[in-house]
Design a protein around this ligand. Structure first.
Ligand code: PEP
Ligand code: MG
Length: 537
């Protein structure tokens, strides 16, 4: 058994098709007759365009307009003078052979795109690589693509490009496995769109199997079983049937609006850590974004993201949600989340220490960059901003003073922002829950952060295995605090959401609904299950 990253849920049992592309041998030999090379190139471009047109049409039919757009982008690359002229110039001016000309121009362009900080522009590098790979194969006379004739096939490859994935014939391919990739890699996203089970990031799966082997994919747990026995196959056949039936039922709920018996609309939203996660929330029918953990924008890098970078990320999410509510939380660093470029004091209890809003109110320059970016992005959708770890009203007031300061700066600079932004706080410290009715007078909304609220209420570190038996979302003390928070908000006519894991906990949902919670926010894959539970009540 092997474990990888669960990229697309479900179960598949099938025979292995190992997908290995023929390597194109490229030399740097110079050519005498450049006109022959130019002709070869023109022919390869024509052929590539024809293939891409076909793939695009196929993708439109199987995946929809949005997913097919990537091939429109690929076709545009083949018409981009910066790309094509540069290849032609390499041949004409430097007598390069056509393969070498394509390779060197591609490398240069890819390096340029990969150096850009914006993740969306960086993705263009993958598109250019994909187009050049096809061009090179066509020039070399290789066939490219997945011609699969057998039903119940499981494709196993080092990696699958968007054009590979789009060619997968759902009638024959029941799942795929790759050595590399993550949950948000293009192939993973497409697997979810196609709704075929997939496990990625398996490191060396291509060298563990042979053509014709039987393989079970457990896309829910991220597991792969190679040449299973009969009993295991039977177990997974049963799981497969149960899963398909459940999915069929859940899918019907994607566009269903949850409304209570009393006629009140309940929002079921998604939590995200990276801007591109928004796509998955949409895929599962989220009514909005209930928590964008912006600290992830600050992680895995050498320095804090600039105002411009943050602005682009927030704008992207707001635009994708097309007017649906997006709640963005300001930087929540400290506790278990640290940054290499931001030294924090060594503390005995970092979860009770210098973190979140406490740090931001102390290091105003860092905070201002984020608030300015948020305000600038606010014109692109329905933005709500919340501050984490608020223990009392003074912190909220201080944060809002900084918001006002940033607004004035932007006005002076002639930049616009929306006056419709809602400003709220997370309720994750018991003191805030107890004082909810008072706090509600000053803020536009609350979002209950149960992950922290539970640990502070029960004095049970959320990271400690030893005390995990105490960490109980349904503890009466926790429930009382949640109820106080909801009642407190409603007494002042404010709405209240929950973005801790508890919001997606099917056992807790009926109680939260009974208490009057207005918005439930959770990881995207829990949305449909939560909708089902909410509708049952
Ligand atoms: C919470 O505490 O419930 C929460 C949503 O925030 P985080 O898990 O990021 O601390
Ligand atoms: Mg928290």
């Amino acid at each position: 058994m092997k474990k990888g990253i669960a990229a697309s849920k479900g179960y598949a049992i099938g025979k292995v098709f190992l997908y290995e592309e023929q390597e194109v041998i490229i030399t740097n030999d110079l050519v005498n007759d450049t006109s022959v090379e130019m002709e070869k190139l023109t022919h390869a471009i024509k052929l590539t365009k024809k293939q891409l047109e076909q793939i695009k049409e196929k993708a439109k039919a199987s995946l929809g307009e949005d997913e097919a757009a990537v091939f429109e982008a690929h076709l545009l690359i083949l018409e981009d003078p910066e790309y094509i002229d540069s290849i032609q110039n390499e041949i004409k001016d430097n007598k390069a052979n056509s393969l070498h000309a394509i390779e060197s121009v591609t490398k240069g362009l890819v390096a340029l795109f990969e150096a850009i900080d914006d993740p969306y522009l960086r993705e263009r590098a993958a598109d250019i690589k994909d187009v050049s790979r096809r061009l090179l194969a066509n020039l070399a006379g290789h066939t490219i693509g997945l011609e699969i004739n057998e039903p119940e096939t499981i494709v196993i490859a080092h990696d699958l490009t968007p054009s590979d994935t789009a060619q997968l014939d759902k009638e024959k391919v029941v799942g795929f496995l790759t050595n590399i990739g993550g949950r948000t890699s293009h192939s993973a996203i497409m697997a979810r769109t196609l709704e075929i089970p997939a496990v990625v990031g398996l490191k060396d799966i291509t060298s563990c199997v042979q053509n014709g082997d039987t393989v079970i994919i457990d896309g829910t747990e991220g597991l792969v079983i190679i040449n299973p026995d009969e009993a295991t196959i039977r177990t997974y056949r049963d799981k497969q049937i149960a899963f398909k039936e459940n999915q069929k039922q859940l899918k019907k709920l994607k566009d269903v609006q949850v409304v209570t018996k009393e006629g009140k609309k309940i929002e079921v939203c998604g939590n995200i850590g990276k801007p591109e996660d928004v796509l998955q929330v949409l895929e599962y029918g989220g009514d909005g974004i209930g928590l964008f953990r912006t600290e992830f924008l600050y992680m895995d890098r050498e320095q804090a993201p600039t105002e411009e970078e943050q602005f682009e990320s927030y704008k992207f999410v707001l635009e994708k949600m097309e007017g649906k509510k997006v709640v963005i939380r300001t930087l929540d660093i400290g506790g278990d989340k640290t940054l290499p470029y931001l030294p924090l004091p060594i503390e005995m209890n970092p979860f009770l220490g210098y973190r979140a809003i406490r740090l931001c109110l102390d290091q105003i320059e860092i905070f201002k960059v984020q608030i300015r970016a948020l305000l600038r992005a606010s014109v692109y959708g329905q933005l709500a901003v919340m501050f984490p770890m608020i223990s009392g009203i003074e912190e909220f007031k201080q944060a809002m003073e900084i918001v006002e300061l940033c607004k004035k700066e932007l006005e002076k600079e002639g930049r616009s922002y929306s006056e419709a932004v809602e400003w709220g706080i997370m309720i994750e410290i018991p003191a805030a829950a107890v004082m909810a009715d008072e706090l509600a007078k000053h803020v536009d909304f609350f979002s209950i952060g149960t992950n922290d609220l539970i640990q502070y209420t029960l004095a049970a570190d959320r990271m400690s295995e030893k005390v995990s038996y105490l960490y109980n979302p349904l503890h009466p003390a926790v429930l009382r605090l949640i109820k106080m928070t909801i009642d407190g908000a409603h007494s002042q006519g404010k709405w209240v959401g929950m973005c801790g894991e508890m919001a997606g906990d099917e056992e807790a949902i009926p109680t939260l609904l009974e208490y009057g919670l207005d918005e439930f926010s959770m990881s995207a894959t829990s949305i449909l299950g939560a909708k089902k539970k909410l509708l049952e009540n």
